[in-house]
Ligand binder design. Structure first.
Ligand SMILES: *[C@@H]1O[C@H](CO)[C@@H](O)[C@H](O)[C@H]1NC(C)=O
Length: 293
């Protein structure tokens, strides 16, 4: 009886914890064409398993890419990707959100390939009002070509968080009160692409794409989208404040997530514009919101 009560206690504790920290369960097996369409080079995308799995390929003629049908103002956007294996030097796989106008907002993940056995780099960036220059670069703690991993962006009024699986690798806080623009009124579409960027991607452009290894193939799955869908020209989300990603627990990282973020900072960070004194003699204001800098 005692152990029975104990189990119930544990169960309740677990539920309380799960309700606090976890995002709602996401539907699996959402096929590509429900939320996405190819953007260019349609014949370089292959579909498997009823469109639940797709592969993008890059050869010396072209790369390819796809984009969401809908435009979104805030949400949680995620994709499972298995990066180009083997010799991927010179290739870039990107997963990003972007608005469509000239003073555009953008939230970027870029995966920079490498020679066989050498580590990928994950570069992230945030653009507001057409301006970027906020790069961060990390190595990963696993080989991203072996399995699918999820790469996601949480975007609400309070913060933009980049996650690799469940680990936050970067937080961009809304620092409007410090005079920093924050994306809030321009709907974004979700994009992904695979292309050749051997002029800069690998060791700053020293390592060139080896076309004898083509085609280079990246695999994707998990096409569910959790966002506030609005027309391209909408200025606000009609359900603002009511969706799960707007709630209290997603307005800041919790202490467990902050610990994981500092683990990434200490062990895997290669570059952070916030600590680049040459480029930014005065620390950019939003960086002061970053607990570890
Ligand atoms: C590729 O590997 C080299 C050597 O280990 C490393 O310096 C570089 O940061 C790696 N990644 C990229 C994308 O250049």
């Amino acid at each position: 009886m005692a152990s029975f009560m104990w189990n119930i206690c544990l169960g309740v504790l677990f539920l309380a914890y799960a309700a606090k920290a976890a995002a709602p369960r996401r539907p699996v097996n959402v096929p590509f064409y429900r939320n996405y369409v190819p953007t260019w080079a349609f014949d370089h995308i292959k579909y498997f398993n009823g469109g639940n799995d797709i592969q993008l390929s890059l050869d010396k003629y072209t790369g390819t890419g796809f984009q969401s049908k809908g435009s979104y103002l805030f949400g949680h956007f995620s994709m499972q990707i298995k990066m180009v294996p083997g010799d991927s030097a010179g290739t870039v796989t990107a997963f990003y959100l972007s608005s469509q106008n000239s003073e555009h907002d953008e939230i970027d993940f870029e995966f920079l390939g490498n020679r066989t056995g050498q580590p990928y780099i994950v570069q992230t960036n945030v653009f507001t009002g057409g301006k970027g220059n906020k790069e961060q670069r990390i190595f990963l703690w696993f080989d991203p070509t072996k399995d699918f991993h999820s790469y996601s962006v949480l975007w609400n009024m309070y913060q933009i968080v980049f996650f690799v699986d469940d680990v936050p690798i970067r937080v961009f806080k809304n620092s409007k009160d410090l005079g920093v623009r924050f994306p809030f009124n321009q709907p974004m579409k979700i994009y992904s692409s695979l292309w050749n960027a051997d002029d800069w991607a690998t060791r700053g452009g020293l390592e060139k794409t080896d076309w004898s290894k083509a085609p280079f193939v990246a695999a994707y799955r998990g096409f569910h989208v959790d966002g506030c869908e609005e027309s391209v020209n909408a200025r606000f989300c009609k359900t603002q404040g009511q969706r799960w990603w707007d709630q209290k627990e997603f307005q800041d990282l919790d202490s467990f997530q902050y610990r994981r973020l500092s683990w990434v900072r200490q062990k895997y960070t290669i570059y952070n514009y916030c600590t680049d004194k040459v480029r930014y003699p005065t620390v950019p204001p939003e960086c002061t919101r970053d607990r570890d800098v």
